[in-house]
Design a protein. Structure first.
Length: 122
């Protein structure tokens, strides 16, 4: 079942990634492997999203499918930042995190979708 609190927690948690990734770019290190960051089913939201709480019908809704797709893209982009940041490609990582960067776009799209999903729930 769709849970407004879980969606709100996801919005906050994914927003906090920006600070963590900026730190990784600055220092060239990150506390989690790139593979772990890329896995969209390891964070609390991903575990819930892919877990048993949703019926087959709920998994067919536009909001659910969009959230799954955008959440996976967010994790791919975050993993790319970690890869660049920890392998000496600071400029590429910084560019992806810039206003028009791929990470920023993925993060914004996910947040927008989660807010819209939450609003449909009342």
């Amino acid at each position: 079942m769709v849970n407004v609190d879980m969606i709100q927690k996801a919005i906050a948690a994914h927003a906090s990634w920006k600070a963590r990734l900026r730190s990784a770019v600055d220092i060239g290190k990150f506390d989690v492997t790139t593979a772990t960051v890329k896995a969209d089913n390891q964070c609390e939201f991903g575990k819930w999203l892919y877990g048993p709480d949703f019926s087959a019908a709920e998994k067919q809704t536009e909001n659910y499918r969009a959230a799954v797709d955008l959440h996976a893209k967010f994790h791919r982009e975050a993993a790319q930042i970690v890869e660049w940041a920890t392998s000496g490609h600071k400029d590429e990582a910084a560019k992806a995190m810039g206003l028009e960067g791929s990470y920023t776009k993925a993060s914004s799209a996910l947040t927008k979708e989660l807010v819209e999903w939450r609003l449909t729930l009342g």
